[in-house]
Design a protein around this ligand. Structure first.
Ligand code: HEM
Ligand code: HEM
Length: 240
């Protein structure tokens, strides 16, 4: 039996797979064409690649950055609000729920302002605010961060990828302005790291889907943990 809350847990992975990952493929394809075209022209050769590939890379790259931050916010919102909703009345704290909703709204507002602002200082400021918003939401106790094996953590790699995408959004105008190409090199290096993080998100996310029980299974798993894992070494880990 699958409850509504279990279906809600699929929103984040479904958007990541159906929307974000295809976008990554398109953005990377355009990025390679942009680089090949630039290299050919720099050597004085003619290039068969269209002159619009750079603009297309940027246009879809901006979509990608925003959707990665969006999908990260959904990934954080689900554990936070699903656990708050199912908590016992004594554990529920109205003020905290309100503050969390305000934090989500402020983070989204900073992202929107980052997209529409032009000045260097404004972009740096709104990028920092968006990043701070994500970190504060990620620090909530409901979020499973896998700190005991952080090197395979969906949370830490996902946050790192989101930060790199925010950084790309903040610096891309500098790529065009900078004659020394330093920003271009910084962008390519960081984007290659982001690409590796995206691939690892595919692995760690599917593993997490295997590990998280459906809501009706949860009490049984918890009982198993109580029965077995507090008295002997056990591979099952508590969620919090
Ligand atoms: C996985 C993600 C990404 C990868 C692998 C990637 C990679 C690249 C590469 C290889 C280039 C060509 C560099 C060269 O000419 O040597 C490039 C250019 C560029 N990228 Fe990205 N990028 C990514 C995401 C983004 C995002 C999210 C943005 C903006 C928000 C962006 C903005 C740009 C811009 C403005 C250029 C210069 C385009 C031109 O010369 O017309 N990229 N990127
Ligand atoms: C761009 C790619 C992705 C990013 C940036 C991302 C980011 C995140 C973040 C920050 C969280 C919250 C922390 C956590 O619970 O681990 C999360 C949760 C989760 N993600 Fe992803 N994710 C991505 C792709 C995927 C994919 C492809 C899948 C599965 C196929 C997936 C499955 C999950 C699951 C199952 C959770 C746990 C929700 C919970 O704790 O109840 N994610 N993701």
């Amino acid at each position: 039996m699958i409850e509504t809350i279990d279906f809600a847990s699929l929103i984040h992975p479904a958007i990541a797979i159906a929307f974000v990952f295809p976008l990554i493929g398109i953005v990377v394809n355009y990025s390679l064409q942009t680089r090949n075209r630039r290299k050919a022209l720099a050597k004085g050769e003619k290039s068969a690649i269209s002159a619009t590939v750079g603009t297309q890379h940027l246009r879809l790259g901006r979509w990608l950055s925003n959707s990665v931050v969006g999908v990260t916010l959904i990934g954080l919102a689900y554990p936070i609000f699903s656990k708050l909703l199912t908590a016992s009345p004594e554990q529920q704290n109205g003020t905290r729920v309100l503050l969390l909703v305000v934090l989500f709204i402020l983070t989204i507002a900073s992202l929107v302002l980052l997209n529409i602002s032009n000045g260097k200082v404004q972009r740096a400021g709104f990028a920092t605010l968006t990043g701070i918003g994500l970190v504060l939401l990620g620090c909530q106790p409901e979020v499973f961060r896998r700190g005991f094996e952080w090197w395979v953590s969906h949370y830490y790699y996902g946050m790192a990828a989101a930060m790199l995408m925010i950084f790309s959004l903040a610096i891309f105008p500098e790529i065009y302005k900078d004659r020394s190409q330093t920003w271009r090199k910084v962008h390519v290096t960081l984007s290659c790291i982001a690409l590796l993080l995206f691939i690892s998100q595919g692995f760690t996310g599917t593993r997490d889907l295997l590990e998280i029980p459906l809501s009706w299974q949860k009490p049984f798993i918890e009982q198993l943990y109580i029965n077995n894992c507090q008295t002997q070494p056990c591979v099952v880990q508590p969620q919090q």
